[in-house]
Design a binder for this molecule. Structure first.
Ligand code: PLP
Length: 351
């Protein structure tokens, strides 16, 4: 069976300084408190990290008002996605995902030897009824990225509850809320209460987005004891490094940095969406720190022409053909000058 390896969106840098809007990072960088903690931890890196992840689990629990005993930390949320798939699914089992859902789900399903079942979306939005229709007695896990990458769209709490109620009781619903910090819509739930009112829901979170620690690799999960125990039973004892635990503990307590990051996104996401539409792209409504933009159906002006034009100006955005979206680009909100430079470069090529 052919399995395509992960390929970075990033080409070799050839010594130039790039405006990199290709991955969904925080343009403001890490919190100053996290950087301090990271530097301080440098003197301790000859020591193994705390296998029990105590300080970090308690910091997460304090910030979110949840029980630290129901929290597990991982090397990025990607590790947790792999762990949960390996713990609950294997050859002969099915794992449900959605059409343009985060691709890490498919990598994890392949790694576990299980079969991915992909439910159609409706105009780039998860269709809960289509997912329920595809569930059966072999469905071990149902993955939902809410909001989703790369579409940037979300479904309301009421739809997530409908999905949970419609899944068989033996199916674990995994709510990947990687971009929850950016979505403050009143009908949205990050999944915390949904976990608390069910015994078959796991919420997966990350420090890579709003908390600006993508390079350190820290994620976490919140779920019922039976699920957390199963994940702890197979994770590496020292899976989150000394520096990562220290920096993430400081980052999650730094609400000033979080507010500044939220405010930056709240200002520049609508600006970017509007300007992309002005230069002729179709923009899907995003609640994340990136937008999905569709290139006009003009054979002389495909995605590759635009990517080449931007690359010549040292600007990177992400093609998403591997998501079945060959005519789209995912563009992360950057710093002000980066956003303006991108729009200026697109205006040149799109006329
Ligand atoms: N989940 C979603 C929806 C994502 O978009 C990403 C990264 O892009 C991840 C999970 C993985 O993030 P990380 O492993 O950095 O925590």
């Amino acid at each position: 069976r052919q399995i395509k390896p992960y390929r970075s969106a990033r080409p070799p840098r050839d010594g130039r300084s790039w405006i990199d809007l290709s991955l969904t990072e925080n343009p403001l960088g890490p919190s100053p408190a996290a950087l301090n903690a990271y530097r301080h931890a440098a003197g301790q890196i000859h020591r193994y990290p705390d296998w029990s992840q105590d300080q970090l689990r308690h910091a997460i629990a304090a910030r979110h008002g949840i029980d630290p005993n129901h929290v597990i930390c991982s090397a990025g949320s990607e590790e947790l996605i792999h762990l949960v798939t390996q713990a609950f699914a294997g050859p002969g089992d099915e794992v449900l995902c959605h059409e343009h859902g985060y691709r890490g789900f498919l990598r994890a399903i392949r790694a576990a030897g299980a079969t991915a079942v992909v439910a159609a979306e409706r105009d780039m939005v998860v269709d809960v009824e289509a997912m329920i229709d595809r569930a059966n007695d072999r469905t071990r896990i149902c993955f939902l990225a809410n909001p989703n990458n790369p579409t940037g769209t979300y479904i309301p709490a009421e739809a997530v509850l409908r999905l949970r109620a419609g899944l068989p009781p033996h199916t674990l619903l995994v709510l990947d809320s990687a971009y929850a910090e950016y979505c403050r819509r009143s009908n949205y739930s990050d999944g915390t209460e949904i976990v608390e009112n069910a015994d078959n829901v796991l919420m997966v979170r990350t420090f890579s987005k709003m908390h600006g620690l993508a390079g350190l690799r820290v994620g976490w999960g919140y779920g019922p004891a039976s699920v957390i125990d199963a994940l702890n039973a197979i994770r590496g004892a020292f899976n989150v490094s000394v520096a990562a635990q220290a920096a993430a503990s400081a980052a999650i307590a730094d609400t000033d940095h979080e507010e500044a990051s939220y405010a930056h996104n709240a200002e520049w996401l609508p600006w970017l969406s509007r300007e992309l539409e002005h230069v002729g792209l179709r923009v899907y409504p995003s609640v994340c720190n990136f937008v999905l933009a569709q290139v006009p159906a003009d054979p002389s002006l495909g995605v590759q022409t635009i990517l080449d034009h931007l690359a010549a100006r040292s600007i990177l955005v992400k093609p998403v053909a591997d998501y079945g979206l060959a005519n789209c680009l995912r563009i992360t909100v950057g710093q002000e000058e980066e956003n303006r430079a991108l729009i200026a470069a697109l205006a040149e090529v799109l006329g």
